[in-house]
Design a protein around this ligand. Structure first.
Ligand SMILES: Cc1cc2nc3c(=O)[nH]c(=O)nc-3n(C[C@H](O)[C@H](O)[C@H](O)COP(=O)(O)OP(=O)(O)OC[C@H]3O[C@@H](n4cnc5c(N)ncnc54)[C@H](O)[C@@H]3O)c2cc1C
Length: 486
């Protein structure tokens, strides 16, 4: 038996024969959702229990293996696939997908980390509650991945990021110790807040195995409209007015540029343009939700018709049925997939204070036009929280001819990140750092902050076995070192 064989035999001892995958079923776990990052691993580990996670982590540590936790593999920043070199294993939470407890009286739910987000929505709806985290990948991303990346999505303007929706966590440390922090309290000021340290740590400090989530009353009525604007200043002004007019009821404010809107329609299945005539420059999809049963659509219609009469917007479409509402949202949710079909999109997950959004878009558009005339700016974003996915879209033919792809992307991205930084913004709003943005951590974060993060990492994971090369500089190879395939 060679070393690998005896290692695999030991892992099978922990997880059973079908808990260790080395054959063709491993391949989909070695490439990311957008097919831009690849890696390699000795095997895929599929534990069923927290005790099994603890046991395999102890074994991996003793054997000097590097562990890459994986959820639904929907990361868009090279966070979910292992590195291309090294003695790597992927630890998938896919078989830990039980809803453990739903407590409607406490508005809480405890789930295993491998639960798919859409299944959590269904379980909450069954007791007339809402779990409000919502994103395009919700049919395949897992709550463990959402927690690890502190995912945002379309409802942040009303309910906050994942961080705001978590009451407690269970985490297995790299040395196999289990921290059971599955609390259901709304208040708990007893010492350092470890829960919030693990949220957003992208699997670099430990493996999230379970979580207790906050639930909310299911809304009784929803009102949705698509607003069109000739300029983005008007779109931002209207978004601010709507939040003032409907405090607590605006749950979504999604911005799309004309280019994005048209790409989504072009590559969508059965998507129809909701406006007659030419498409205006900017669109905002607005959604309101309320506890009362009626009057919401009428109130939104009255406010929007008055705004239209005052010339504040170019056009407005109000959904008058659930089907129309879903049709509008399908245009929005289709963008990530449609963009991959359109060409080579270099995506930037930028946030600036909301009032600075027009300034950012103007400066970014000018910079791209001056330095990258082959790029089409494509914008989709969560306007309510100032988070824009700013995409420089190139044709496949142009991209194929670029020699130094990594260098080209780095230079272009830094033009945009510098503009965001000058407006008090960030280069990573909700997708996380993964392996793709480690370089930006070095450039844009305060050195004191980076040093403190490195000290925390060394304390929790002294052997550097968890997700090396992700999040922090100096912990292994990264996509920026040339391992991304884009
Ligand atoms: C179509 C589409 C739309 C998207 N829309 C949004 C959006 O609106 N907002 C948003 O924030 N993101 C969005 N994303 C990005 C992605 O869906 C999120 O980052 C999601 O939270 C990742 O979850 P996942 O289960 O797929 O995790 P993965 O992609 O598998 O992993 C992501 C990171 O989490 C770590 N990880 C996963 N599970 C665990 C665990 N149990 N314990 C410790 N670490 C773990 C991994 O090691 C990795 O570092 C979108 C992606 C796609 C493809």
């Amino acid at each position: 038996m060679n070393t690998n064989d005896s290692l695999l035999a030991a892992l099978r001892q922990c997880l059973g024969d079908n808990g260790v995958v080395t054959d063709g079923d491993l391949a989909p776990h070695l490439i990311d959702w957008r097919k831009r990052h690849t890696g390699q691993a000795l095997c895929l580990l599929l534990p069923r229990t927290t005790a099994q996670v603890a046991e395999v982590l102890r074994l991996c540590r003793a054997q000097g293996l590097r562990v890459f936790p994986q959820g639904g593999n929907t990361s868009v920043c090279g966070g979910s696939v292992p590195a291309e070199t090294g003695r790597n294993v992927i630890l998938s939470l896919a078989r830990m997908n039980r809803i453990v407890e739903v407590n409607a009286r406490n508005n809480s739910m405890t789930v295993e980390a491998g639960c798919v987000l859409a299944d959590i929505h269904t379980a909450a709806a069954a007791v007339d509650r809402l779990f409000p985290l919502s994103l395009g990948a919700e049919g395949s991303c897992q709550i463990g991945g959402n927690i690890a990346t502190n995912a945002g999505g379309t409802n942040v303007v009303r309910f906050g990021n994942t961080r705001d929706l978590i009451l407690g966590l269970e985490v297995v440390m790299p040395d196999g110790r289990i921290w059971n922090g599955l609390r259901t309290l709304r208040k708990n000021n007893s010492g350092y807040d470890l829960k919030n340290l693990f949220i957003g740590s992208e699997g670099t400090l430990g493996v999230v195995t379970a979580a207790t989530l906050k639930l909310f009353p299911a809304p009784r009525s929803v009102a949705t409209a698509l607003l069109a604007f000739d300029n983005v200043d008007a779109a931002v002004d209207e978004a601010i007015r709507l939040q003032q007019r409907f405090p607590g009821e605006v749950v979504g404010l999604e911005l799309m540029s004309r280019s994005e809107f048209e790409i989504s329609l072009r590559h969508g299945h059965n998507l129809r343009k909701p406006f007659a005539g030419a498409t205006p420059a900017w669109m905002v999809l607005v959604e309101l939700a309320a506890a009362q049963t009626d009057g919401l659509t009428e109130a939104l219609s009255a406010a929007l018709e008055a705004a239209y009469e005052r010339g504040e917007m170019a056009d407005v479409v109000i959904a008058t049925s659930e089907q129309q509402r879903q049709d509008l949202w399908r245009i929005r949710h289709n963008v990530t997939e449609a963009n991959t079909r359109e060409g080579m999109g270099l995506t930037h997950d930028i946030a600036v204070p909301t009032y600075q959004v027009p300034d950012f878009l103007r400066r970014a558009g000018d910079a791209l036009a001056a330095r990258y005339p082959d790029a089409t700016p494509v914008v989709v974003g969560h306007l309510g929280d100032g988070n824009m996915h700013y995409i420089a879209m190139f044709s496949h033919a142009f991209w194929a001819a670029v020699q130094d792809k990594v260098g080209f992307q780095r230079e272009l991205s830094h033009v945009l990140y510098d503009i965001a930084a000058a407006l008090d913004g960030t280069f990573s709003a909700e997708h996380g750092i993964g392996s793709l943005h480690v370089d930006e951590m070095r450039i844009y974060k305060d050195p004191v902050e980076i040093a403190l993060m490195q000290q925390i990492k060394a304390l929790f994971d002294p052997d550097g076995m968890m997700n090396p090369g992700r999040v922090l500089p100096g912990t292994g190879t990264t996509a920026a070192d040339g391992h991304a395939t884009h």
